[in-house]
Design a binder for this molecule. Structure first.
Ligand code: ISL
Length: 570
């Protein structure tokens, strides 16, 4: 079962190569930069590195628009640099997982140019999703798109191709056309490419929006939400009709009986617990685990991701607890607070003010890592890196933010209101350079960084934290070590306590086999909190705390501001 798989005791670290370490001074991170910084990751103790895309790409969406699946973008280095990085990762006993972006390619991928330029009857036409204009509409005219779906990056999900007089589908930018997974040749080409990377020595894949690959026949119009311009196509492409068939086929064709221990994780916006259980049920042989999005959608209003709402702690607990239970006996959770698409965790779920940043970063780490599942650490999270102080539109780089701004401005929305949404939710918050030290540009580059370094690197940086045993970094190190040694953490049942409490996040993890039980208490707030310790826990020693010396203090039933503790009993 999943309890015995190697990755049930593993922690994954996500590297966003563009922003990790720049070895050649061009202002963009690269593979050699990563290789030079592996000591940091060994010391942290993580087991697996996941690299966001490094393949050749026009970089319309920072590499999530791939124009060649079997090479490295010169921006990041060469295949030889890649092989050296992979060898160095393996030498340190870590594994390396690639980002697999196969819902779509770049519009500059030869598959797409052949599909587009070969005309309606061309050999590769059917590799992408082409449709004529809506009945009775003039092709290319406003509103003539084949259906009313909007793209994730604003605007319609269709772009008109004059030459052939048809439209192609793109759920993301117009430079990211969706592949047609109904076509078996497409699927075989993808599997062949995946085998090529496995033969090169990689240890698995993080699969970008892989639950969107199967679209419902007929591509029906979606319901247009109140006040919106486009229909919501998600019922017709989120976990579409053949997605399980395709992933089971991929497993047979690529992963079955592989001699190395591999890891597969599917990124799945809109996935439900019930669907996730099917994807990750080991008996079905589809995926090891999925990224679900429920907990990162709780603080947004009906207007979408930039419509910022306060988060209710009770909602967060209820959501994560449901996933803990739902994927308890069957299936497996991925655990994450942030990644390259989300704002920084400490700014969103914690408190990034000087008084509470460190402690709340450690609290968030404690809570996440004590859940059942495989924890993911996003670069800089282990330092408590915070959102960036973006002053004006010029400071943003991300296509999603820039498109959103253009759209909202055209609708006459107040500039400050738009910027406020971007500051809270913009993906660039996660993409400012890794803060290695307190020098100019944080030791990330000797050149001009592609996006500004957060000025707080003067005091928030890896060098300072490695030297300080009480740092956020060393707290992560302790949590990761615990994941490797504590069976209750890996296998233990999850039970939420005080579900309605608005400031206390409390739960137990109980391993029936060894009788070991862990109690996690976390105060999500800047005021002290008196808690009722559950029966029998009064004398139990503290295994871990984010308050130095905290375990020795007199009152076990009082949690200080943003204090988190783990008790253990056997
Ligand atoms: O951040 C989002 C936009 O609001 C998410 O919806 C995001 O687009 C979604 O999670 C899919 O993300 C993945 O695919 C995208 C890419 O831009 C993201 O970086 C990637 O993680 C398209 O490839």
């Amino acid at each position: 079962g999943p309890g015995r798989a190697w990755w049930s005791r593993a922690v994954v670290y996500q590297i966003y190569p563009r922003s990790f370490a720049d070895s050649d001074g061009d202002g963009v991170g690269d593979l050699r930069g990563i290789t030079e910084r592996l000591d940091h990751l060994s010391l942290l103790g993580v087991d697996v590195l996941w690299l966001s895309p490094v393949y050749p790409s026009p970089q319309d969406d920072n590499g999530y628009d791939i124009s060649d699946y079997q090479d490295i973008d010169p921006l990041f280095g060469t295949l030889a640099d890649f092989d050296r990085l992979l060898a160095a990762v393996h030498e340190r006993g870590m594994k390396l997982v690639m980002d697999l972006v196969v819902n779509h390619t770049s519009d500059e991928h030869p598959w797409f140019t052949a599909s587009r330029d070969g005309g309606r009857e061309g050999d590769r036409r059917d590799w992408y999703v082409w449709r004529p204009a809506r009945d009775g509409k003039e092709p290319g005219a406003p509103g003539a798109e084949p259906n009313n779906w909007g793209s994730f990056f604003t605007g319609p999900a269709w772009t008109y191709d004059e030459k052939s007089g048809e439209y192609y589908l793109h759920l993301f930018s117009r430079k990211q056309p969706d592949l047609n997974w109904e076509n078996p040749e497409v699927r075989q080409a993808v599997y062949a490419m995946m085998r090529w990377w496995l033969e090169r020595g990689v240890d698995g894949f993080r699969m970008d929006v892989v639950n969107l690959i199967s679209k419902a026949p007929g591509l029906p119009d979606g319901v247009v939400p109140e006040g919106a311009r486009y229909g919501d196509g998600s019922p017709y492409y989120v976990c579409g009709p053949h997605v399980h068939t395709y992933l089971a086929e991929m497993h047979r064709e690529v992963f079955a009986d592989h001699p190395r221990g591999l890891l597969t994780v599917g990124e799945m916006p809109g996935v439900t617990v019930e669907e996730a259980r099917l994807f990750t049920d080991p008996a079905r042989r589809e995926l090891d685990m999925v990224f679900q999005f429920e907990h990162v959608g709780l603080d947004q209003g009906p207007g979408g991701k930039f419509d910022v709402r306060p988060l209710e702690l009770a909602d967060l607990k209820a959501s994560l607890a449901r996933w803990q239970t739902g994927l308890g006996d069957t299936g497996w959770n991925s655990l994450y607070w942030n990644n390259h698409d989300q704002p920084r965790a400490v700014s969103r779920f914690g408190d990034d003010s000087p008084a509470h940043r460190e402690r709340s970063a450690k609290l968030l780490a404690t809570v996440l890592h004590l859940h059942r599942g495989t924890p993911y650490v996003y670069q800089g999270e282990e330092l408590g890196m915070a959102n960036a102080p973006f002053a004006s539109l010029d400071d943003f780089r991300d296509i999603e933010s820039l498109n959103h701004h253009r759209e909202q401005s055209a609708l006459g929305v107040d500039e400050e209101r738009i910027l406020s949404g971007l500051r809270h939710r913009g993906r660039d918050n996660a993409r400012t350079p890794m803060q290695w030290d307190g020098t100019r540009h944080a030791g990330f580059t000797t050149g001009t960084p592609w996006i500004a370094v957060n000025p707080d690197h003067a005091h928030v940086n890896a060098e300072a934290q490695r030297a300080d045993p009480d740092s956020v970094f060393h707290h992560y190190r302790r949590l990761i070590a615990l994941r490797h040694t504590e069976p209750a953490l890996t296998h233990g049942d999850f039970r939420l306590l005080h579900p309605d409490h608005e400031q206390l996040y409390a739960f137990t993890r109980r391993d029936a086999a060894s009788g070991t039980e862990l109690l996690v208490l976390a105060n999500f707030g800047a005021t002290g909190l008196t808690v009722d310790l559950p029966e029998g826990w009064e004398q139990s020693p503290t295994l871990l705390t984010n308050v130095p010396g905290g375990a020795l203090r007199g009152a076990p039933d009082v949690l200080g501001p943003w204090e988190a503790r783990v008790h253990r009993r056997t």
